[in-house]
Design a protein around this ligand. Structure first.
Ligand SMILES: [Fe+2]
Length: 342
């Protein structure tokens, strides 16, 4: 009962429409597309605006956190007004597909612009942007050359120096899923045991707090998404975060675990044609760059061109597909819980 009540009110953090009917004064049934987005970046609106201007299709944007968005869609079922669902992280989009919130469709355009490893084999979702799980170190505490990859965080020399975000973060769930796919059970278990044994601080609720803690010397090393460091470096979060970000070094493992933000066609979409047109627009080289540029993510193909991200060095994806990350999600969570990842 408590759960039903909790979600009884629509979780609508932000709603807004882009586009104009002035250009089509006689069009009574203006074409539109409703985007339910778990991406929470103001800069995304620019790209919706461009799409609306170019196509005359109005974009209605409803933003909420990934979890409340999914809960809302489940609750509304057939009455849902969503045409497109955008979520960050492989685990989230995979779970949305598993819950039947998305529908399969094929688009030649999408198949040609989204590399195979970044789309659902069943055509329920396509990635739009990429993010890399990197490590941040405080060089005063941990020598930079001591760490090259995630596995190094299990080294006994790092006792008490490792900081991690909480288990409920899909970002870390996907990292563990990634390691399970690449290295198998036994090796992943050993890595986790060693790394979790090196943790002394309470687990962090977010990547930004973790970066601050590393910069302030409360931790020697941690794992975060690259764009958080870039945003801090660029001064997006203010001067004090900018100063802190300058104190950490970013280590990009080679190869690296790559995650995505992705979008799919909502199961009960009433504006299917318009929705597919928008997804094709967002996944196109210009669209993907338009989403990824201002947020310091990477586009689907190529790299973010900001000086902040360039500093982290190029990366080679480790080849694990987004679909594999999703398939290994529940196994990853079980293993993390069992070994004491809080
Ligand atoms: Fe994020």
């Amino acid at each position: 009962m408590a759960l039903v009540e909790k979600f009884a009110k629509p979780v609508l953090l932000f709603s807004f429409a882009i586009g104009t009917s002035l250009s089509q004064p006689n069009n009574i049934l203006a074409r539109e597309v409703r985007v339910f987005s778990g991406r929470h970046y103001n800069t995304d609106r620019q790209i919706y605006k461009r799409f609306a201007e170019e196509t005359g299709i109005k974009v209605r944007l409803i933003e909420a956190t990934g979890i409340s968005l999914v809960e809302r869609l489940k609750r509304e079922g057939k009455n849902s007004k969503a045409d497109i669902i955008l979520l960050v992280d492989a685990a989230r989009i995979h779970n949305a597909a598993q819950a039947g919130l998305l529908q399969s469709y094929r688009s030649k355009k999408l198949d040609s612009v989204v590399p195979e490893e970044y789309r659902d084999p069943k055509g329920r979702w396509y990635a739009l942007t990429r993010r890399v799980r990197v490590m941040v170190i405080n060089p005063q505490i941990v020598p930079t050359n001591e760490i090259k990859t995630y596995k190094d965080l299990a080294k006994p020399s790092l006792k008490g120096k490792v900081c991690l975000r909480k288990r409920n973060s899909p970002y870390n769930q996907s990292l563990v899923a990634d390691q399970l796919v690449l290295n198998g059970d036994t090796s992943t278990r050993l890595w986790l045991k060693g790394m979790l044994g090196n943790v002394s601080q309470p687990y962090f609720p977010g990547d930004i707090g973790l970066i601050r803690a590393v910069a302030q010397g409360n931790c020697g090393v941690g794992i975060v998404n690259h764009y958080y460091v870039a945003r801090m470096l660029a001064g997006v979060n203010g001067k004090s975060d900018q100063a802190l970000a300058k104190k950490v070094n970013v280590i990009t493992p080679n190869p690296a675990h790559v995650n995505v933000s992705a979008g799919g066609l909502s199961r009960y979409s009433k504006n299917k044609k318009e929705a597919i047109a928008l997804l094709e627009y967002l996944a196109s080289p210009n669209g993907s760059m338009g989403l990824a540029g201002p947020t310091f993510e990477h586009p689907l193909v190529g790299y973010n061109k900001s000086k902040e991200v360039k500093k982290f060095g190029q990366f080679t994806p480790d080849g694990v597909t987004i679909s594999q990350l999703g398939n290994f999600n529940s196994k990853a969570i079980r293993l993390m819980a069992k070994l004491g990842w809080k």
